[in-house]
Design a protein around this ligand. Structure first.
Ligand code: SF4
Length: 382
């Protein structure tokens, strides 16, 4: 029985400025931490510390960092790298002497055209594989981290076979929030959740056959195929995600389906939403975000309550809400922005069920509503 990968805490060693070797995964924008701070983070980590982020081998103080972390917490931590600087025995032996016992190398695919393309660096695949072999020969335990991306997700089992050939002990496939990819490549790079079952199942079968530990990190729980081990990282997600299903355990059990994923691909693959009758929206965010939210509310709710209308597009957004087939649409908010609506805009809102003011009703608004949209129930201040 292979030991499962425990949950991890990723520690960004280099800061965003040093992320040039991972151009297609956007760093979090944290400044480069001081060495003592990194050691403290490793000591306090609630899981296996993984020192990576950007490219740790670019820092001249890497040997000092390795020595300091080893001294502080022993051998239970991982150094994550693209492997470019670790293809020769010398640097690896030096890090091993200072206490490095586990090296993880990122590889989106063992096919050079794919991995070199992803990292924008010819020769990156060869270097990564060489680093894995050299480290294993130096007695360092090796792992492969596979960012799950759409162009290579079907190569995952093949990558695991390469892991076995270079004596890597584990493969960790990481499901990234699409928000970590450059905006113009999010659709190209993000794997569809509904299509992951087969590649993950095939890879888990290959892992069993070849004796390599395999786990998937940060995949929304409902999309984890039976028999595939999960591991939590969470730092791969810049934005929180709302629960999406009726029996959803939510956080911390599941990282959820990222908002960016829903905006790229809609909700058709996701578990059906909870059978709530009422959805509330405060019209926060951009008009596009609000429109997408309204559509989602319409998939689950029969009643919509808008709790704030101080948005420049509030008139158009309310019209949009009225077109979405809710049985009731009401505004329970400060109605001051309505005073700025033209008569025509107010007339187009005549199918609103109710206006429930939460503050003073502007002078004349009651008279205008009564004249232009008399069907709308205008309550008194709550
Ligand atoms: S957030 Fe809930 S419903 Fe959505 S994938 Fe996770 S467990 Fe499933």
């Amino acid at each position: 029985m292979l030991a499962p990968l425990s949950d991890e805490v990723w520690i960004d060693v280099t800061g965003a400025q040093r992320a040039e070797n991972a151009q297609r995964i956007v760093a979090f924008g944290t400044p480069r931490p001081a060495l003592a701070d990194l050691v403290r983070q490793a000591r306090e980590a609630d899981g296996t510390p993984v020192l990576g982020g950007g490219e740790p081998t670019l820092g001249s103080d890497l040997p000092d960092l390795v020595a300091a972390v080893s001294e502080a917490i022993g051998s239970q931590w991982v150094l994550a790298t693209d492997g470019l600087a670790l293809t020769q025995p010398g640097p690896l032996a030096s890090l091993a002497q200072r206490g490095l016992t586990t090296l993880r190398v990122r590889l989106v695919s063992a096919r050079p055209d794919a991995h070199d393309w992803f990292y924008g660096r010819p020769g990156a695949t060869k270097a990564a594989v060489r680093a894995l072999r050299t480290a294993a020969a130096a007695g360092i335990t090796t792992q492969i981290e596979v960012p799950l991306i759409r162009p290579t997700v079907d190569h995952l089992a093949e990558t695991l076979e390469v892991a076995a050939r270079v004596s890597a002990s584990a493969v960790l496939a990481v499901h990234y929030d699409p928000g970590r990819f450059p905006r113009d490549e999010q659709v190209t790079l993000t794997p569809r959740l509904g299509l992951l079952e087969q590649p993950l199942t095939d890879t888990a079968a290959a892992a069993l056959r070849l004796g390599v530990t395999f786990a998937v990190a940060d995949l929304p729980q409902c999309f984890l195929p039976e028999g595939v081990a999960a591991c939590r990282v969470r730092q791969s997600r810049p934005t929180p995600a709302a629960p999406c299903g009726p029996d959803c355990p939510g956080a911390p059990t599941c990282v959820g389906v990222p908002e960016v994923y829903r905006s790229l691909f809609g909700s058709s693959e996701l578990p059906a939403g909870p059978p709530t009758d009422l959805a509330e929206d405060d019209f926060s965010g951009t008009s596009r975000q609000i429109r997408m939210r309204l559509v989602r509310h319409g998939e689950h709710a029969t009643h919509l309550r808008v709790t704030a209308i101080d948005h420049p597009d509030a008139a158009a957004l309310l019209r949009e809400a009225l077109r979405l087939g809710f049985a009731r649409v009401e505004v329970a908010a400060d109605l001051a922005p309505l005073a700025a609506f033209s008569d025509d805009e107010l007339h187009r809102l005549r199918r609103l069920t109710a206006l429930r003011p939460t503050g003073p009703v502007p002078p004349d608004l009651r008279e205008r509503i009564g004249r232009i949209a008399p069907q709308v129930e205008l309550g008194s201040t709550s």
